[in-house]
Design a protein around this ligand. Structure first.
Ligand code: ADP
Length: 581
């Protein structure tokens, strides 16, 4: 594959990968933003539902109190109000005020409780007549006019108020009962009177040191006394929120916060500090002015935080995605290169084999033609020519055997015929058969094969093929002659046949690779010697199949040393077949 083609493939792989990765990143980011916004808006909707429930309940309670105030018969005003302040937890203080005479109850001084004295001081502006009741009540309208509530506000005509029909929820109904209960416990149904009477009343939100107080007043006729109650807001709130769900989505906290920023009640887990600002809030005005429900989103739910986490996650995914594509690309490129090398090796293998076949065939043909012509009369010469023909045809056979073995080994079809024999004797026989050929090639064969029985259970042909491959290589690659030392040594459970020459040896970088198929050391020697790069790989495979191995090590003093490791036969096998040795 050309370099330009590889670069083109990489561009084709990389550019779409980046485009997909970046678009995926943006899409996930967009989706995350949408989910965040949905979470925020659904939390806000929930807060608004809570706010509406609180407002509706406060309004119901207020309406019920106004009804009750209206229903009190004139002679019973004092008694009823005092009963309420004693027994109704929603009532904090009560009062009776006359335009002419001023405050009738409670009276400041030693007889009043400290709470009553504080109450008198708190509403001094009203009780002194500086601010009219109507004007104070209407401030609820002005101050909180921005409220989303379009309900009729206090300060309105009572007759319209009592005619309203409302459906109350059970909790709200209980509070309403409480607002009316004290009066009804008298056993008189004075509400009948209330429906027919026309009076004026309302509710005044009052702030003292930024604390909210709610004062309800009622006046039966324009010239009659004004009387009313101050609501116990905390009791009211605690009763309302008792009905609220305790469980909310993880990471979201709803907090009811007063005008000072203090948290009065919290729904959801999470530590929220007083005064922590919140982007999302719903006001509880006009019924509870300055109070609001804050929505806090924690645990990575806040858009900014979740975005950070999301960015890290998305980047990580993108990196993994890109890395896997690049890795896949690298593996494919490597595989393609390997296939390319394989194809090249196979092509060169075909030409090498043809070349190797051609050399012995040429000599065989040449000597056979000479003999056929009958011009050679010298018997000695004739014998030599015939010997060359035999040797060359044997070489041809070995070569063809190697090629056949290669295809058999590649397809896993090679079969071995194992038998028990004496390896020392067998090696000696092989060397004897090739001694002359070795000498004629200019090498001096020294065999150090011990005169003892070394029993092996192997395939004879396999061992012979391995040995002849090593001897042929020595003859082929050692141009300067010298000794060819072949030794056989018994080790513990195996024996070693070493084939050593005094040639140039194998360069370190090629020592492992020479056992790979088609691998030839790229030097001047291999360029002039025909070869297919198969001999050593076939020999190694045969030896591994027979339970042995072949190793290469440089020979001390120069040259190559190939060590053939052969497993010895077990004593059991020897004892079972003693006559085969
Ligand atoms: P071939 O001889 O057909 O090339 P082999 O697998 O038998 O294939 O050998 C692989 C390579 O190892 C040879 O091409 C040669 O470069 C190197 N080689 C093998 N034996 C020797 C040796 N005795 N001395 C030097 N180089 C050798």
């Amino acid at each position: 594959m050309k370099k330009r083609t590889i670069i083109l493939y990489w561009i084709l792989l990389f550019v779409p990968t980046c485009i997909i990765g970046i678009s995926a990143f943006y899409m996930i980011r967009h989706e995350q933003e949408r989910i965040n916004q949905e979470a925020v808006s659904s939390a806000k909707v929930r807060a608004r539902t809570m706010a509406d429930a609180i407002s509706a309940t406060v309004e119901t309670v207020e309406d019920a109190f106004i009804e009750s105030l209206n229903a009190i018969p004139n002679p019973l005003v004092y008694k009823t109000l005092l009963d309420w302040v004693d027994a109704n937890p929603l009532v904090r203080n009560v009062f009776v005020w006359d335009k002419e005479k001023g405050l009738q109850y409670p009276l400041a001084g030693a007889t009043a409780t400290s709470e009553e004295n504080r109450f008198i001081v708190r509403y001094e502006a009203l009780f002194s007549g500086r601010i009219s009741w109507q004007a104070a009540g209407s401030s609820r309208n002005e101050a909180f006019g921005s409220s989303s509530s379009d309900k009729e506000l206090p300060g309105r005509n009572f007759s319209s108020l009592v005619q309203e029909t409302r459906k109350f929820k059970s909790g709200r109904q209980a509070l309403k009962d409480l607002a009316q209960g004290r009066y009804e416990s008298e056993g008189k149904n004075l509400l009948v009177e209330a429906v027919t009477s026309v009076g004026e009343g309302g509710w005044i939100p009052w702030f003292e040191e930024n604390r909210l107080h709610i004062l309800g007043w009622f006046q039966k006729r324009p010239d009659s006394a004004v009387y009313g109650i101050e609501l116990e807001t905390m009791t009211l709130l605690s009763r309302i929120i008792a009905d609220f769900p305790k469980e909310v989505s993880d990471g979201i906290v709803y907090a009811i916060v007063d005008g000072k920023g203090e948290i009065l009640h919290q729904i959801g887990n999470g530590m929220i500090q007083t005064g922590t600002p919140s982007d999302q809030f719903v006001s509880l005005a006009p019924f509870l002015p300055h109070w609001q429900i804050n929505v806090y989103m924690s645990n990575g739910m806040l858009p900014i935080e979740s975005e950070k986490g999301f960015l890290i996650l998305a980047s990580l995914l993108l990196v993994i995605f890109l890395a896997s594509i690049i890795l896949g690309g690298l593996l494919l490129t490597r595989q393609a290169q390997r296939n390319m090398i394989d194809a090249m090796q196979k092509t060169s293998f075909v030409s090498s084999v043809s070349h190797e076949l051609k050399t012995p065939l040429t000599s065989i043909r040449m000597y056979a033609e000479l003999l056929e012509e009958g011009r050679i009369k010298d018997t000695e010469k004739m014998r030599r020519y015939l010997k060359v023909i035999v040797a060359e045809s044997q070489r041809l056979t070995r070569l063809v055997n190697n090629v056949l073995d290669f295809s058999r080994l590649e397809q896993g079809r090679k079969t071995y015929h194992k038998e028990l024999f004496n390896l020392a004797e067998y090696v000696r026989t092989i060397l004897q058969a090739h001694r002359l050929r070795i000498r004629e090639a200019g090498m001096n064969l020294i065999d150090e094969v011990p005169d003892e029985i070394i029993s092996v259970e192997l395939d004879r042909d396999g061992i012979e093929q391995v040995l002849l491959n090593l001897i042929d290589n020595a003859l082929k690659y050692v141009t300067e002659g010298g000794e060819l030392l072949i030794t056989l040594k018994r080790k513990d459970k195996h024996c070693e046949i070493s084939v050593m020459d005094r040639g140039s040896g194998i360069p370190p970088a090629h020592r492992k690779k020479i056992f790979d198929r088609f691998h030839r050391v790229d030097n001047s020697l291999t360029s002039i010697r025909p070869g297919s790069g198969l001999g050593l790989s076939i020999s190694k495979k045969i030896m591994l199949d027979l339970g042995g191995d072949i190793l290469y090590e440089p020979r001390p003093g120069g040259g190559s040393c190939f060590i053939v490791i052969v497993p010895c036969a077990s004593t059991e096998t020897i004892l079972q077949n003693p006559d085969q040795l």
